[in-house]
Design a protein around this ligand. Structure first.
Ligand SMILES: Cc1ncc(COP(=O)(O)O)c(C=O)c1O
Length: 438
């Protein structure tokens, strides 16, 4: 093992032996290389005469650049647009994102978290968390309604085993008992699990209610213990997009932080969905551990391991994207503008609820509970989702997603509010025809 990895492992083990135990074998091997990066950093500080270290081209005191590029990026200087970003991300962006996490999650008060590391979207954060904590054969627990890409990231690429539990209980609330049972059974079998919680959820648009948070936290806490370690990934892709008063406003990450040495919460979030900047690919991965001191050795070691995985995988994330998001977050109009777009989505969600109130629809579907995010799902009554999808597409030019044999996912985030009743009427017409055809 590289001596730098040994050093990082020691720092992690000293502060949090359980977290050290939860690292995958790759996670243990990861380190942040010194070599060129350290020499470049040293030169940046001291080489005031000639700096011939960095792998970019410079001219006239700035990154060499073409007008045909820079003309399309007004307001951004070449260094902030074209130069490489550090592997862990632009420091100012990381710091502002950490303050934002604290601002949006009051339960984190007096708890320590790492400095968020910039990822290329949340998908990349999922990959990094898997690299750090999953070995082939490890168990990943998700509710039965989950973003399908988890399978590719964790089953296909890493060789972990996904186990599900029904997302909803019989009363249409979060299935705490199902979670507990799956957690306990998997911990009995393996001693370590990675649990992915995603609120607001894709595909259903369900987010935990305030009344459900404590039981969920308690079920995780009570399942953990010596020889029963839980990595909890909080996929907060749609954070903050809540359309009902009783939905819990914070991330479950904030409640799990500093809870128990056998639980390591990992927060994945980003500007992609939350700030409507999907293709810019700016996401973050943030850790918390009860024994972690802010900016201390433990967090730095985890951040360096994550940085090493980024360096070895994609080298670094887009500098221009990070600059654009940083400038947006620093802009005093940011909160108002973002709120305005939130209201647009909220109006659409409420329109969907209004459309669903039509009692005739009961014959062909039942909506899954939803209160948040970009999507909602219908459970079709003895109607094949794929057939219905194709029928709507071929006959009416309406596209939705078949997300299971009998489940349809509707991204109301993409629909004008006035088009929503029409979509549901078309869906109903097609579904009814199929039902009567048998
Ligand atoms: C639950 C969930 N997590 C993560 C992602 C990926 O987000 P990103 O575009 O930031 O990679 C998606 C995208 O659909 C998602 O639905």
């Amino acid at each position: 093992m590289n001596p730098l990895a040994v050093e990082l492992n020691k720092a992690i083990e000293k502060a949090e032996p359980c977290v050290h135990g939860m690292l995958s074998s790759l996670g243990k091997r990861l380190f942040f290389p010194r070599g060129i990066l350290t020499q470049t950093a040293e030169a940046k500080e001291k080489a005031d005469r000639h700096n011939a270290t960095i792998g970019i081209a410079r001219e006239n005191g700035q990154a060499m650049n073409l007008d045909v590029l820079m003309d399309n990026i007004p307001g951004v200087v070449p260094d902030d647009a074209l130069d490489y970003a550090p592997a862990t991300g632009v420091p100012a962006l990381r710091r502002i994102w950490r303050s934002e996490i604290y601002r949006k999650n009051p339960s984190l008060k007096n708890k320590s978290i790492s400095l968020p590391v910039v990822t290329s979207g949340i998908t990349h954060g999922l990959t990094l968390a898997g690299q750090l904590f999953l070995d082939p054969g490890d168990i990943v627990i998700v509710p039965d309604k989950f973003w399908g890409n988890y399978r590719l990231s964790y089953e296909t690429i890493i060789g972990a085993e996904i186990r599900t539990f029904p997302l909803f209980d019989n009363n249409g609330g979060f299935n705490v008992e199902g979670l507990s049972a799956r957690l306990n059974e998997s911990l009995d079998a393996r001693g370590k699990v990675l649990l992915v919680l995603n609120f607001p959820n894709n595909p259903t648009g369900y987010s935990l209610l305030k009344s459900e948070v404590e039981p969920v936290v308690e079920s995780i806490r009570s399942a953990s213990g010596p020889g029963r370690d839980i990595v909890v990934i909080s996929d907060d892709a749609y954070f903050g997009l809540l359309y009902s008063e009783d939905a819990y406003e914070e991330s479950i990450f904030a409640r799990l932080a500093s809870l128990d040495e056998h639980i390591i919460p990992v927060k994945l979030d980003g500007a992609t969905k939350e700030h409507f900047a999907w293709g810019l690919r700016v996401g973050f991965i943030t850790f918390s551990a009860s024994g972690g001191v802010p900016d201390g050795e433990f967090y730095q070691a985890l951040e360096k391991k994550t940085g090493g995985a980024i360096r070895g995988g994609i080298s670094n994330c887009s500098r221009l994207s990070q600059t654009v998001i940083l400038k947006a977050l620093e802009n005093e109009s940011f909160a108002d503008q973002r709120d305005e777009k939130f209201r647009v989505l909220e109006r659409r969600a409420l329109k969907v609820k209004e459309a669903l109130a039509n009692p005739a629809y009961d014959e062909v579907w039942e909506p899954y509970p939803f209160n948040a995010g970009y999507f909602m799902c219908l459970k079709l009554k003895n109607i094949n989702a794929e057939e219905l999808r194709c029928s709507m597409l071929d006959r009416f030019g309406v596209g939705v997603i078949a997300s299971g044999n009998n489940d349809l996912r509707i991204a109301f985030s993409c629909l004008d509010v006035d088009d929503i009743p029409d979509l549901f009427d078309i869906m109903f017409t097609c579904a009814l025809e199929m039902k009567h055809r048998g």
